[in-house]
Design a protein around this ligand. Structure first.
Ligand code: AMP
Length: 349
């Protein structure tokens, strides 16, 4: 029996979660869902990959599904703000899966794609809006959205917002929200700026902390090669001769470097694409989808674009350039651990 039944969520949500293959809640879900269903504010110190999306979205979907109202034009009942376009569309896909059958109106908005479809969807009024900061501010400025009806606000990956230079945008958005609302703030780390923000925007929050992965998990085999720079590409080709590496994610430092690797791989007839902030959104989405669908064997990404990528069955992660921050190494190689979701409860301990 699904352990999600213990949460008294709507039956359709429990069914959808079971269909996704979730049998037991992850630690963050166990802690967050009950407090959020009571309407409390929440400070969640946790990374993407812990099951955070379901932890905040299931209670939101449940509350909105249970208390339907006539939504005003150009407004939304809940707002989820997240730093990257990939995370935004990933969150939206999850929410649409969990909320299927409840008739909730949802939309994701981000830059780099046409805005008219976004404006039209918001004009009808939404239950759930997932957004990145830049496009949302743009829609506020043109008067295409107002926040009068916001009941719940989720600030996702607050520290990433800070790292990516979005902090002023985030603060500007928050200043426009109604004072009376439920607020959830998620951050993997708590730098001083986020501490201050949390104190300012949360009221008596419940605090949930899922220990960051400070060690790599045993299920990922790791090897290191010491070699001259000029030998890197030849070694890469050599490694990729092993056909068992069906889905390969390569991390490198710069956008330029990523494009060079892709060109070199294509010359060797290896299907590859790059994923970084220099690409248009349409090209980024196409690359990610092709990688998910196994139409591409290799995806070459920079850290910024790769944050939070959730792709099943990645067989090999290559650090073509070492990350600057050691925590990113754990994060990068954890992209393979999704192959063994059963291992979760263990590596989260
Ligand atoms: P997130 O941290 O929200 O990005 O979730 C990471 C991955 O875990 C996603 O692929 C989710 O679909 C999956 N997931 C979330 N909750 C569960 C669960 N209770 N059991 C198994 N997989 C889950």
């Amino acid at each position: 029996m699904s352990e999600f039944k213990a949460f008294s969520l709507l039956a359709s949500i429990i069914d959808r979660v079971s269909l996704k293959g979730y049998t037991q809640p992850t630690p963050i879900q166990k802690e967050c869902i009950p407090v959020l269903m009571k309407g409390n504010d929440l400070l969640g110190i946790a990374q993407t990959g812990t099951g955070k999306t379901a932890a905040f979205s299931l209670p939101i979907i449940n509350n909105l599904g249970q208390n339907k109202i006539d939504i005003k034009a150009k407004s939304t009942r809940s707002l989820i703000l997240t730093p990257t376009r990939e995370l935004a569309s990933q969150i939206m896909q999850n929410i649409d899966d969990y909320a299927d059958g409840l008739g909730l109106k949802t939309k994701v908005v981000y830059g780099g794609v046409g805005r008219q479809a976004q404006v039209d969807a918001i004009a009808l009024g939404l239950d759930i809006l997932v957004a990145t900061p830049g496009r949302l501010l743009d829609l506020i400025e043109t008067g295409d959205i107002n926040f009068k009806g916001v009941e719940v606000f989720v600030l996702d990956e607050a520290d990433t917002m800070l790292d990516m230079g979005f902090f002023n945008d985030v603060q500007s958005i928050i200043s426009k929200l109604p004072k009376k609302r439920q607020t959830l703030l998620f951050s993997a780390t708590m730098p001083a700026e986020i501490e201050i923000l949390a104190q300012a925007i949360l009221t008596n929050p419940s605090k949930v902390q899922i220990a960051a992965e400070t060690v790599t998990i045993d299920l990922v085999n790791q090897s290191v090669y010491q070699l001259d720079k000029s030998n890197k590409l030849p070694l890469l080709f050599n490694i990729l001769e092993n056909a068992d590496y069906e889905k390969v994610l390569i991390f490198c430092k710069t956008k330029y470097g990523a494009d060079i690797i892709v060109k070199a791989l294509e010359k060797e007839s290896i299907k590859a694409a790059s994923l970084h902030s220099g690409k248009t959104q349409a090209v980024r989405e196409e690359a990610l989808q092709n990688f998910k669908d196994a139409n591409l064997r290799v995806l070459v990404a920079t850290d910024v674009a790769a944050r939070g990528i959730d792709v099943d069955n990645i067989t090999l992660v290559i650090n073509y350039n070492l990350p600057e921050d050691p925590r990113n190494y754990i994060h990068r190689i954890g992209r393979t651990a999704r192959l063994v979701k059963m291992a979760w409860p263990y590596h989260l301990r």
